[in-house]
Ligand binder design. Structure first.
Ligand code: ADP
Ligand code: MG
Length: 613
């Protein structure tokens, strides 16, 4: 009996392999566009007919191919991009498998024109039925044009699986976005059935997004920029109020390669937590830059999924970066939001590590401190008339910087100052407290009603987070040290966050097995409260075991904010009210409490007028 096993003929093997690479016209668009990018083209034209079913052509002005390479490129596993398995771990090109063109040639008619700069004549190759049907020298401009015609002409079953022209065109355009969005240095053109659909001149990322998705997008973008040793995040997220009910413009790129990642998507959504209407999806256009050694792209044949070495950190950085940006640009559409000039140039962070939101109020000023306190404040207090002192850091950085914080323009904003005479100016901090719970203040467009407890939580949270991360918590020395009793487990918990506690301003004389002696407290913390505060911290830490340094600091700051904030029911004098209002709007994220609750609401003049109708 003859042996049963035989090698498949080459064209059958190629057809089977093609099943993985080419599912529909958009798969061809992806492969051809990627090859053009890898060829360092600066001008790329995509020409499509009948949604790609009859023609997908990509014309580039890249490096081109020699006559020999022009033939070789249709062989399976023929690639110029890697030469050893080791190269797989430091990929800088889109392609590396060397199977796209072979697969495409197995299931469509292909026409290739190509010429390198140094060659006088180019090559014209026609491939039909997986074989070169003609080869000529031609005069052609530098670069490569590959036309893929009559997709699945030899596999009618696959052809009949293609969807309607509308659906296929949607896929094609989506694929075009994925390449064109991030390769902003390239001029892209796209034509469908002879009509120009996109003309995208080389530009920056923001302009590219606007050129693709329309002018209205411009005011809806919030820049994101974060640089750490492990990862850089650059790009934009859409303002929450423009979030859509359907998944739409959500683009992750890693080293400029489009990827899908439910995990990172979750990180973005977590950053938007509490800001989105129900069932709405945020839009985002984000490029993550990581060392190619730390990712594995090779886990999916169509290469839209990748594996990160350090997923958790990337998650944390991404979430923090977006949260920070949303706070930084005070996402408050219903307020007097003058579009911030700074949006055009994404601001840079100064430090490399994950940074926490920071505010620049004077940490030593605490109008809520009780005068009968057992503590002695060794720091200088600022006088009540020193209001501008609250904006220390902001003023010194100039007006531009200050704008970031004043998208909600209080009527007390200095800009309006020149319009009033002395007497009016002295009246400018008019606030009212209602029901010992809310503070009312006027803003340009109407009024703002602030939840005093949540506002104070937000202020304390950002303040402590800043102290803990910058290790700059001011201390107030106690006249008498305080001994605190805890069991072993509790002491252990506290020991695990000893550093952060010290950064926030605690000084410990003794950290024994079941006893803790405290000799100084963070400014604003009362000696009488300290046992209760520690109990709360222990409870919070134990019930929500944080796995990163970042989340421990976050949790600690929340815990402080929770324990120390003034409650509803407390009467505030006008000085305290002003402090609260001003400090709140100097915060990065004044809109939400650290526990994601609304801090204030606004009422426009229109709304007020309407109530009188
Ligand atoms: P891969 O991109 O994985 O290397 P392909 O089958 O897509 O595999 O392409 C095979 C080879 O053909 C590439 O490695 C490259 O050398 C060459 N090639 C393909 N398209 C182009 C192009 N537009 N310009 C220059 N060379 C190209
Ligand atoms: Mg390729």
């Amino acid at each position: 009996m003859p042996n049963a096993i035989q090698l498949l003929p080459k064209h059958v093997a190629n057809q089977i392999a093609a099943g993985e690479v080419v599912q529909r016209p958009s798969s061809i668009v992806k492969e051809l566009l990627e090859n053009a990018i890898d060829a360092a083209a600066t001008n790329i034209q995509l020409v499509v007919k009948e949604s790609g079913k009859t023609l997908v052509q990509v014309i580039d002005n890249g490096i081109g191919m020699s006559p020999v390479d022009a033939e070789l490129c249709f062989e399976r596993h023929a690639t110029s991009k890697i030469s050893s398995a080791q190269d797989l771990f430091s990929l800088t090109t889109k392609g590396f498998r060397g199977e796209a063109l072979a697969s495409i040639a197995a299931i469509a008619h292909v026409e290739l024109k190509t010429r390198r700069d140094q060659d006088e004549l180019g090559t014209l190759l026609k491939i039909e039925g997986n074989k070169i049907s003609s080869k000529d020298l031609i005069s052609v401009s530098k670069g490569t044009s590959i036309a893929v015609k009559n997709l699945f002409y030899n596999i009618p079953a696959r052809r009949s699986f293609l969807k309607s022209n509308n659906v296929e065109l949607r896929h094609v355009i989506e694929e075009f976005y994925r390449t064109a969005l991030i390769h902003t240095e390239v001029h892209f053109l796209m034509y469908h059935n002879g009509k120009e659909l996109f003309n995208l001149p080389a530009s920056n990322f923001r302009q590219r997004i606007v050129n693709i998705f329309g002018n209205k997008t411009n005011t809806r973008l919030v820049p994101v920029s974060e640089h750490t040793e492990i990862i850089s995040v650059d790009g934009f997220v859409g303002k929450p109020e423009y979030a859509r009910k359907s998944r739409g413009e959500q683009f992750f790129f890693v080293n400029k390669r489009f990827i899908k990642s439910p995990y990172l998507h979750h990180a973005v959504c977590a950053a938007f937590d509490g800001l989105l209407p129900p069932k709405a999806f945020p839009s985002y256009y984000l490029n993550l830059t990581v060392n190619p050694n730390t990712i594995d792209i090779n886990i999916h044949p169509t290469k839209t999924e990748i594996k990160f070495e350090d997923e958790h950190t990337i998650y944390a950085v991404l979430r923090a970066a977006i949260k920070h940006s949303l706070g930084q640009f005070s996402i408050t559409p219903t307020l007097d939001f003058d579009r911030d000039k700074n949006l055009d140039t994404p601001y840079q962070y100064n430090s490399k590590s994950v940074r926490m939101p920071s505010i620049d109020t004077d940490p030593n000023f605490n109008p809520f401190a009780s005068t009968t306190s057992t503590t002695k404040n060794i720091s200088k207090k600022i006088s009540a008339s020193d209001w501008e002192g609250l904006y220390v850091g902001l003023d010194s950085k100039g007006n531009d910087n200050k704008n970031k914080y004043s998208s909600l323009r209080l009527e007390s904003d200095p800009i309006s100052e020149v319009l009033f005479d002395e007497e009016q100016v002295s009246n400018k901090y008019k606030t009212f407290q209602i029901q010992n719970k809310y503070i009312v203040n006027t803003i340009k467009s109407g009024m703002v009603i602030i939840h005093q407890n949540r506002a104070h939580q937000r202020i304390l949270y950002e303040d402590f987070l800043k102290k803990i991360t910058l290790k700059k918590g001011g201390s107030q020395k106690l006249l008498f040290t305080v001994d605190l009793d805890f069991n072993k487990a509790e002491i252990n918990t506290l020991k695990s966050i000893q550093d952060q506690l010290e950064h926030s301003g605690f000084v410990f004389d003794n950290f024994a097995k079941e006893k803790l002696t405290v000799s100084a407290l963070p400014v604003g913390v009362e000696g009488d409260n300290v046992q209760a505060i520690f109990r709360q911290i222990i409870y919070d830490i134990d019930s929500d075991l944080p796995d990163t340094h970042f989340s421990t600091s976050d949790l600690l700051a929340k815990s402080f904010a929770n324990s120390l904030s003034i409650n509803s029911g407390k009467t505030l004098n006008s000085k305290e009210q002003e402090f609260l209002v001003n400090s709140l709007f100097a915060c990065k994220e004044p809109m939400l409490s650290p526990f994601n609750k609304k801090v204030y609401i606004t009422m426009d003049l229109d709304e007020i007028d309407n109530k009188f109708n």
